[in-house]
Design a binder for this molecule. Structure first.
Ligand code: GLN
Length: 490
């Protein structure tokens, strides 16, 4: 096995036994990036020298007997998580040269654990999208088929993990942006409970929905990264002061006594691909075979989730993105003669078409006279969706569903049709509206060889149950062992 193919936990064992050094491992990952980045296009910024310097420090710590599960492990970071001294672009022209003067709390935490940041990865501009095609900077391709999208918005994170260009990644999920690309790229992704992980230093898209989480090669690695990034932070007023369990303990539990709910509405959704449906049905059988009980549940307000989500997300985005005015930081239109021209010029040149569309939609939804009809109504629907989950969790511990209605689609296929793109988020949005944790774990391949993910959703702060179910499922199957062959589409 090549060093870059290792999972975090396997690399940790080799580092601990001093069979490999972090410098060797990091070099192998950087060489892998050199070899395949031209095809995949996952990285916006690679920091070779800083990574090798961090690896050297990690090796020193290991030689002194200081090793944590992340010491010396090369990771990629979605380019909307602030990294001190490393450009953080949000894949937007408006922040193309933004150099954060501080580290996000999650970065501080993984650095304290000794992890090695190898670079910043591509995404939809300001995390708005489901394909990474809205990046203002570059195209990222799905390592399983280079003519297709990797999913989004954390497409660079998912592609970099799938193509072995890092051992794991941190992404963000506002309406599915960790789970959906994880599903399309055949990796594991978790959106934690809202408040579990600090958002300090995460560039805001929709603050009541955004959450940072891991994308990894397997479920064990997901638990390891969750251990590293979870916990209260006084710098994020919405982070919750609640003890962080050792998530790897959840991997030791079996499925006896676990009840899995299958939402009736999810499996009868229009446009649900036959391969996705059969992979999910097969997953139900595997999970039952491992000892869990499966029951049907109902989430009756599912059909309103897309409308409610896009009203709330765009409204919050229109407010959050007001700060990019060319005055304080980021791009400035230097040709403008007046202040108003400067605002207009900066925002027209700096934001791409999808971001502009959402700012306009959100500003409209929040405007006097329309607020109650749009934002107010959407907030009421959000409460109904939360109540659906509360009720469903009276009869089950975990919910199981597809992550996306179809496997990865072709680059360019849906980009001119924003509504179709929005509708493809149907299965993932509700978890964000309700603030509950959600996860994607590989559960099969389409007839064309494209990965399919299984979504698990749980009660607030019950990430452990998701990890237990996902781990047992992973043990009973071998989907995560298949690797993409990177010559497709050449
Ligand atoms: N696709 C959804 C959107 O465009 C979700 C994005 C995300 O989770 N950041 O808003």
């Amino acid at each position: 096995m090549k060093l870059y193919e290792l999972t975090i936990h396997k690399a940790h064992r080799l580092l601990k036994e001093k069979q490999i050094s972090s410098r060797e491992l990091t070099r192998a990952v950087l060489d892998r990036i050199d070899a395949v980045e031209e095809k995949v296009g996952a990285y916006i910024t690679v920091v070779d020298q800083e990574a090798m310097a961090q690896a050297k420090l990690a090796d020193k710590a290991i030689s002194e007997g200081n090793i944590s599960p992340l010491t010396g492990i090369p990771l990629s970071i979605k380019d909307l998580i602030c990294t001190r001294g490393i450009r953080t672009t949000c894949a937007s022209k408006i922040l193309e040269n933004f150099m954060p003067p501080y580290d996000a709390t999650v970065i501080k935490k993984i650095k304290e654990s000794g992890a090695v940041v190898v670079g910043k990865v591509n995404m939809d501009e300001f995390a708005m999208g489901s394909s990474t095609e809205n990046s203002g900077l570059q195209v990222t391709r799905n390592p399983w088929d280079l003519t297709r999208i990797p999913g989004g918005s954390s497409g660079g994170s998912a592609a970099s993990v799938a193509a072995d260009m890092c051992l794991g990644s941190l992404g963000s999920d506002t309406g599915g942006s960790i789970r959906q690309p994880a599903s399309h790229c055949g990796v594991v992704g978790m959106k934690p409970t809202y408040g579990r992980v600090s958002r300090f230093g995460l560039v805001a898209y929709a603050s009541s929905l955004d959450q940072i989480g891991p994308l990894t090669k397997d479920v064990t690695d997901c638990a390891i990264l969750m251990n590293a990034v979870s916990g209260y932070d006084h710098r994020d007023s919405t982070s919750v002061s609640k003890d962080v369990p050792d998530y790897t303990e959840a991997l030791k539990e079996g499925l006896k006594g676990v009840t899995v709910g299958i939402p009736r509405e999810y499996n009868s959704t229009n446009g649900l691909d036959a391969d996705v449906l059969s992979a999910v049905k097969n997953a139900v059988k595997v999970i039952e075979g491992s000892g869990a009980e499966c029951v049907e549940v109902s989430l009756p307000h599912t059909e309103y989730a897309v409308a409610a989500y896009y009203l709330i997300a765009c409204s919050e985005a229109s407010s959050n993105l007001a700060r990019y005015d060319g005055v304080r930081y980021g791009l400035r239109d230097k040709d403008a003669k007046t202040l108003l021209q400067m605002y207009n010029g900066t925002r027209s040149k700096g934001f791409g078409p999808e971001v502009q569309r959402r700012i306009i939609l959100g500003t409209y939804a929040l405007s006097a006279g329309y607020y109650d009809a749009y934002y107010g109504k959407a907030s009421q629907v959000r409460t109904l969706i939360m109540e659906d989950f509360k009720k469903a969790f009276e009869t089950c511990d975990v919910l199981l569903s597809p992550v996306t209605p179809t496997p990865a689609f072709g680059i360019g296929e849906k980009i001119d049709d924003p509504l179709t793109m929005y509708l493809s988020d149907i299965f993932t949005l509700s978890a964000n509206l309700a603030g509950i944790p959600g996860m994607s774990v590989p559960c099969g391949f389409s007839s064309q060889g494209l990965p399919i993910g299984l979504q698990l959703m749980g009660k607030h702060f019950d990430e452990e149950k998701l990890l237990t179910v996902a781990y047992n499922f992973e043990q009973a199957t071998d989907f995560q062992e298949r690797k993409p062959e990177l010559w497709n589409g050449d």
